[in-house]
Design a protein around this ligand. Structure first.
Ligand SMILES: NC(=O)c1ccc[n+]([C@@H]2O[C@H](COP(=O)([O-])OP(=O)(O)OC[C@H]3O[C@@H](n4cnc5c(N)ncnc54)[C@H](O)[C@@H]3O)[C@@H](O)[C@H]2O)c1
Length: 446
């Protein structure tokens, strides 16, 4: 019988990460090019993979007194960066050197030093429909008789890439699509597949990529706030194909800090009456989010966080009346270098008010790229791990997301440190190591 904290899995049952891992990216803009150029820079020894838990993080095994904390990449069998091959789709012509120059994240000298490599990757024509991303006009797009035909064209691209790589994962780094609510067409795989043929408007391009990947048995992660795989039909397909899914919306700048500060107030039982968050952002993502319909998708993703952390139902005196506002303003001069301000009105003992101001001058894609890398490596690991691959949603990867997908009826964990513990304990669990509960009684017994 198993006991709490005991090992359940057998590390030997995880298939080794031999051969090439193919990373397939719909949307090769700022995040994708920063990821790809960054991985190449690390492979060549030009830079360190800073911000990547899979590359730089350690994991404690055993007691604190054991002094055993290996690097995560030495503990779990994840792919080596040298074994990664990239491909993807976009709706603009040109190769990744052009795309990275347009994104304007990395310095010109750094890009020049990797120019032939970046020029060697040319995105395939994407599946695009301006109805779902109003601010962009597709230049290199696939043409098909219906959504099913278009999704099958993506499957053909995947099949071709399968001949060059041993395993594959797909990660959506495409633009934020308009806000979609779940409808009938999302409820079962059968209805969804009929909807593909009937061009159901509830099926967006990101869902076509996700469906194609899962049909091919390939894990799919969603870096944007779109609904995409967070629907029963694709959860069903994910489980059926043993192809893990996770999402949504990389937790990078303001929300990353929010999910650190909010749990701090909550854990000390300090009240919060207002939280005003605003951003200025000048990259193409900012331009897309300037459209109210795409912004709505992002807003919903950003707003959910506080509700779940504060649990106002349990603590009405502290969090029952919060005014929470999130704004994103498109401001071209800043490019990818976003500035995010938070004004937080809190209250303490006897209700006395206090304020906290945060001004985060961050770099959007510099924060997002290592998250995208970790997700690809961990999703590939999940697909090789018997105890994880059939689960559908990989909730242990909620660490990386603003709005984590969860099983129906289960509220998401937003607290960054709970998420981190969940991630590391999952790694210990699949490797047959004891879980770390932080109980610590063992140090004080006889
Ligand atoms: N810190 C971050 O950068 C961050 C954080 C959280 C979420 N995100 C999300 O990640 C996504 C990518 O961000 P980015 O800064 O790289 O944006 P970007 O605009 O630079 O890149 C997105 C790319 O997707 C392409 N695209 C759009 N629809 C497509 C389709 N149907 N098929 C193929 N390509 C398509 C666009 O042409 C563009 O090149 C956005 O949705 C953004 O909201 C980014």
């Amino acid at each position: 019988m198993s006991t709490p904290g005991a090992a359940h899995e057998d590390a030997a049952s995880i298939k080794p990460a031999t051969g090439k891992l193919g990373i397939m990216i719909p949307g090769m803009g700022a995040v994708a090019t920063t990821l790809i150029a960054g991985v190449e820079a690390v492979r060549r020894g030009f830079a360190k993979p800073i911000g990547s838990i899979s590359q730089m993080g350690t994991i404690r095994l055993g007691k604190r007194t054991d002094g055993h904390s290996p690097l995560i990449k030495d503990f779990v069998p994840i792919a080596d960066l040298n074994d990664i091959v990239f491909t993807g789709w976009d709706i603009f012509g040109g190769n990744l050197y052009d795309a990275a120059k347009t994104a304007g994240v990395l310095e010109r000298d750094q890009l020049e030093s990797m120019r032939p490599f970046l020029e060697s990757i040319e995105p395939m024509p994407g599946v695009f429909d301006q109805h779902y991303v109003k601010r962009l006009t597709g230049q290199k797009v696939k043409v098909g008789k219906n959504k099913c035909d278009l999704a099958n064209q993506i499957r053909n691209d995947i099949a071709e890439f399968k001949t060059k790589t041993d395993r594959q994962v797909m990660i959506w780094c495409g633009s934020t699509e308009i806000y979609l609510e779940q409808t009938e067409v999302h409820q079962t795989l059968e209805v969804f597949e009929k909807g593909l043929v009937n061009d159901d408007p509830g099926i967006s391009p990101s869902m076509l990529y996700a469906w194609a990947a899962l049909k091919e048995g390939i894990p799919f992660a969603n870096g944007a706030p779109n609904l995409t795989v967070d629907i029963p039909a694709l959860r069903e397909l994910s489980k059926k194909m043993n192809a893990p899914i996770c999402g949504k919306d990389f937790k990078t700048g303001q929300t990353f800090i929010k999910t650190v500060l909010a749990p701090a107030f909550k854990t000390r039982m300090l009240g919060v009456s207002g939280w005003y968050s605003t951003n200025i952002l000048g990259n193409r993502d900012g331009e897309v989010l300037d459209d109210p319909e795409s912004f709505k998708t992002k807003e919903v993703s950003k707003l959910g966080v506080l509700e779940h952390i504060f649990q106002p139902d349990l603590h009405p005196d502290l969090y029952g009346d919060i005014y929470h506002k999130v704004r994103i303003n498109y401001y071209p001069p800043r490019g990818d270098n976003k500035e995010g301000w938070d004004n937080i009105d809190i209250f303490g003992w006897l209700g006395y008010p206090m304020q906290l101001k945060v001004d985060f001058l961050c770099r959007d894609s510099i924060l997002a790229a290592p998250l995208a890398l970790d997700l690809c490596l961990f999703m590939d690991l999940a697909a090789r791990t018997p105890g994880l691959r059939g689960l559908g949603i990989q909730e242990w990867l909620s660490f990386y997301f603003k709005d984590p997908d969860t099983a129906p009826g289960v509220y998401p964990e937003h607290d960054l440190f709970i998420q981190s513990m969940k991630l590391k304990n999952t790694l210990r669990h699949i490797m047959g190591e004891n879980l770390i509960t932080h109980l610590g009684l063992e140090y004080y017994g006889e």
